[in-house]
Design a protein around this ligand. Structure first.
Ligand code: SF4
Length: 195
């Protein structure tokens, strides 16, 4: 579709028809691979956009998680104080919260640091491996403080559905979302941890 001549000056892109479920995706302590898999929906993203109002996602320029979200996919574990604050806010503002990918479901790669103390992890990253400025960043409120341990999403808030995979495939994501949008309980058939 050619959009070059469409005048969007007076169009409020934050407003969607009332009947569309409000859909969000969130990226916390993960590698973004689950969102890359979401983008692998390719042309099916256009079909999805017909079915939902995409009201928040890291793949567009939204600043604040909105109120009254119907479905949210949460990628990643809860690894720092910002994640902790965000996931509580997201839970309060969302009807269905989905742990999206193995890091959200089990901690997975993000939780590997739980094998070590936080101090050892910080030493390794910011002191031993620092090539320019050695020292743990503190006090500037730019780098959020890491939690002592990485947590699964379900350790902090109630989770309505789990969608494992590292990452879940685009086909799995699409089938899962279509089931939810049809008001069904998504099948767990074919879902698995890892690739
Ligand atoms: Fe990345 Fe795998 Fe974690 Fe998804 S589950 S954020 S692909 S490491």
């Amino acid at each position: 579709m050619d959009l070059t001549n469409v005048d969007l000056t007076n169009v409020d892109l934050t407003k969607a028809p009332a009947h569309k479920p409000r859909f969000a995706t969130v990226w916390m302590g993960g590698c973004s691979g689950c969102h890359m898999s979401f983008l692998d929906l390719d042309e099916r993203l256009l079909d999805l956009a017909q079915l939902v109002d995409i009201c928040f996602t890291p793949i567009a320029d939204f600043k604040e998680f909105p109120e009254a979200v119907d479905i949210v996919l949460v990628e990643g574990a809860v690894a720092n104080e910002d994640h902790l604050r965000e996931i509580r806010l997201i839970r309060r503002r969302s009807k269905l919260l989905i742990a999206f990918g193995d890091c959200a479901v089990t901690g997975n790669v993000t939780a590997l640091r739980n094998l070590f103390s936080l101090e050892d992890v910080l030493d390794r990253a910011y002191r031993e491996n620092s090539a320019v400025v050695a020292g743990v960043p503190t006090g500037n409120e730019i780098v959020p403080r890491l939690l002592d341990r990485v947590l699964r999403v379900q350790d902090v808030v109630a989770v309505d559905h789990f969608l494992p995979g590292c990452p879940p495939s685009a086909d799995t994501i699409y089938e899962f979302l279509l089931s939810l949008l049809a008001g069904e309980t998504p099948s767990t058939r074919g879902r698995k941890f890892g690739a």
